[in-house]
Design a protein around this ligand. Structure first.
Ligand SMILES: Nc1ncnc2c1ncn2[C@@H]1O[C@H](COP(=O)(O)OP(=O)(O)OP(=O)(O)O)[C@@H](O)[C@H]1O
Ligand SMILES: [Mg+2]
Length: 678
């Protein structure tokens, strides 16, 4: 419309002019051309004068501004030089397949071929590599839709025509290509956008050898599913390739491919696939290579809610666990949080959450024999194959096994007599395999002592077959009574001889404080910790709420324990009771030696490794870590105020991701406060 109008105006102006090749015409147009040249040359002269007439500019401005400008210019030059220093390498050496850029070696790859139908998030494998340093640049430029469609139509038509002409084998190949071109054309007709896409990956390493390994690793990942790309090293064009990889430069390589909107979408979801974003989750950290948050719901795991955290002293385990604890409880106000930690390092957290402290080891009654009813819905889930009473009784025996080991005495064959007494104690309370009976009052250790006393007085009732048993029973009972004396009213463990006196049902946050004797952690710490774990488990059975139970410094639990059998049962069934049990410890040594420990580890759907010097091939194998993940753990950044973050390898349902743990300003004050303000 606008063009038409302009044409009309031009016509009306030129209409009265004479034709060009007439005599007046030559004169009119000649003068016109001369005038035109004069005007143009004046124009150029004016433009040049404008460019160089700085002196007149100086005259217009006052001298202060002019002087200040000179200073500003040197300052700006200085800043520019400094930015250059920071951003650009001091020197670059180009080689055929690599380049030495500043202190690092790099190789830049480009993608030569893409799969026809790329999978969503096809680059996620690349972002999951934990020990390779790389940059990925994707350059996506929308093409003119109409032109792209016409071009596709032409290609499809040509291919079809060629295919129809060929009767040979090549004909069927051309037919296939023509069909593919037609379907692409149709997709575009139906509204799919067309893009030009270039994908460049720069791999970086400190040495040439490391670079070779890293490139091998990256190429392998790009070739494998889900990527299925064909990466090529930019041979003799590393300079252009690295420029293409720079986010602000243009493409220097010209290795573009045509991609439809769907393929671009598939590419763009890659960083999301690498991370995990669960709806009701909390942020565990930031994915180390894509900077996306890693959001996990500890109660959304199919394989259970248990967690295992390991790392060197000071590597940031407690810091990260406290953060997750606070966040998990904040996420759902109905959740109960329980902390068992013998060093009193969780004071700040428990106080900030308004938690209650229960001092254990003093006078608070804790009953090792306590049994609580299992709700019906839980029974349905876990099936009734195992006897619940038997399971509880085994945990009682595990407690006594550790008790005797702690005292340095051998229980040996007396175990049978102790078992008899314990069974009898449950029986007398009317507690049997029938779960209906489990809500009755539990027997106590003192009841067991009474029964042992009866056995020693009149063992006849307990004799099964032969006469000689009688003497044996009497001897065992007397021995056991002597050994279990600390559980009597005035014994060291008097409080463990009575009924339990704590409840978690109405608590929001509970700190099980193991009072330290004389500033050191006594030998009975592990015993008390074991007992508390069993009791918390019994109570977690009763409540409908989700319970987060953190056991920090779990090495005190493992160290003196003769058996971890009780933990096995708890870990095996925790999920039926909505119990997220979390063990935090400094080494995996204890877990290497015992078979039961391996089973416990298998039950942990979430595993978190902080820096661990002792990480070796054997441990890596035990946890299913590959070489890259193993070295990530060996070299992870430990926690520390000056760094302001820590690194960890996080395993969720068997998949590993490197994360950085950062705290929010408000959280920091709480997380760093280990001391009680009271
Ligand atoms: N992500 C982090 N950001 C800032 N500071 C941190 C971070 N992680 C840890 N720290 C700091 O580093 C120190 C050690 O951390 P932390 O207590 O968590 O170590 P740990 O692994 O629990 O050690 P230990 O095995 O001795 O208990 C603490 O002072 C803590 O405040
Ligand atoms: Mg700690």
């Amino acid at each position: 419309m606008v063009i038409e109008t302009l044409d009309e105006v031009a016509y009306s102006i030129t209409e009265p002019l004479p034709p060009v090749f007439s005599s007046e015409g030559v004169m009119v147009y000649g003068i016109g051309i001369v005038v035109y040249f004069i005007l143009v040359s004046h124009g150029i002269a004016w433009y040049r004068a404008r460019q160089y007439d700085e002196s007149s500019l100086d005259e217009l401005l006052d001298s202060e501004t002019v002087d200040a400008a000179a200073v500003e210019r040197t300052l700006m030059d200085d800043i520019a030089a400094r930015q250059q220093d920071v951003l650009a390498p001091s020197a670059i050496e180009w080689e055929t397949r690599s380049a030495r850029v500043g202190e690092q070696w790099t190789t830049t790859l480009y993608i030569a071929e893409y799969p026809d139908a790329p999978k969503d998030g096809y680059l996620s494998g690349l972002f999951e590599l934990t020990d390779v340093e790389f940059d990925v640049t994707a350059r996506i430029v929308p093409k003119n839709q109409r032109r792209a469609r016409d071009e596709l139509q032409r290609i499809a038509d040509d291919l079809r025509a060629d295919a129809d002409l060929e009767n040979s084998v090549r004909g069927s190949y051309l037919h296939e290509r023509a069909d593919a071109a037609v379907s692409t054309y149709k997709a575009v007709e139906n509204g799919q956008r067309v893009f030009e896409q270039e994908l460049v990956v720069t791999v970086r390493a400190e040495t040439r050898d490391e670079l070779r390994e890293a490139v091998k690793n990256v190429r392998g990942t790009l070739r494998e599913t889900p990527a299925r790309l064909e990466p090529k090293t930019a041979i003799c064009t590393q300079d252009k390739a690295i420029r293409s990889a720079a986010p602000i430069g243009g493409s220097g390589l010209e290795k573009t491919a045509i991609a439809l909107g769907g393929a671009v979408g598939a590419l763009l979801t890659s960083p999301h696939n690498a991370t995990i974003l669960e709806e009701d989750g909390v942020e565990f950290g930031i994915h180390r290579s894509i900077n996306s948050p890693v959001v996990i719901d500890p109660f959304a795991r199919e394989d259970g809610y248990a967690k295992f955290t390991v790392g060197d002293p000071g590597s940031g385990k407690s810091f990260s666990s406290k953060q997750q604890f606070i966040r998990t409880l904040a996420r759902d106000p109905d959740r109960i949080g329980i902390v068992l930690e013998p060093l009193n390092n969780w004071n700040g957290v428990v106080e900030a959450l308004g938690g209650r402290r229960i001092t254990v080891g003093g006078t608070l009654g804790l009953n090792p024999l306590e049994i609580k009813p299992t709700p019906a819905h839980v029974l349905e889930q876990r099936g009734t194959d195992a006897s619940l009473l038997k399971e509880r009784r085994n945990r009682v025996l595990s407690f006594f096994t550790n008790y005797f080991a702690h005292r340095g005495v051998e229980l040996g064959s007396r175990r049978t007599t102790l078992e008899r007494a314990i069974d009898e104690a449950y029986e007398r309370q009317g507690i049997t395999d029938d779960i209906e009976t489990h809500s009755r009052a539990s027997p106590t250790v003192r009841d067991v002592l009474d029964i042992l006393e009866e056995i020693s007085d009149s063992p006849d009732e307990y004799v099964v077959r032969v006469e000689s048993e009688r003497e044996q029973l009497r001897e065992d009972a007397v021995w056991l009574l002597g050994q279990l004396r600390p559980f009597t009213e005035d014994g060291q463990f008097a409080n463990l001889g009575r009924e339990s006196e704590f409840d978690i049902r109405d608590e929001k946050v509970l700190y099980l404080d193991l009072v330290q004797q004389g500033g050191s952690i006594g030998g009975q710490t592990s015993l008390l910790m074991e007992l508390l774990i069993s009791l918390v488990y019994e109570r977690a059975k009763e409540t409908e709420k989700e319970v987060v139970f953190v056991i920090d410094e779990a090495r005190y639990l493992m160290k003196d324990s003769a058996t971890l059998e009780y933990l096995e049962t708890i870990f095996r069934h925790h999920r039926h009771h909505d119990l997220s049990i979390q063990l935090i410890t400094q080494t995996v040594d204890e877990f290497r030696t015992q078979d039961i420990s391996k089973m416990i580890l298998d039950q942990c759907a979430i595993k978190q490794f902080h820096k661990l010097d002792g990480m070796d091939q054997e441990i890596a194998e035990m946890f299913g870590l590959n070489f890259a993940q193993m070295s990530y753990v060996q070299n992870a950044v430990p926690g520390g105020e000056e760094r302001g973050y820590s690194e960890a390898l996080l395993g969720i349902d068997g998949e590993w991701r490197g994360i950085e743990v950062h705290a929010l300003e408000d959280e920091k004050a709480v997380l760093e406060n280990e001391q009680s303000v009271n």
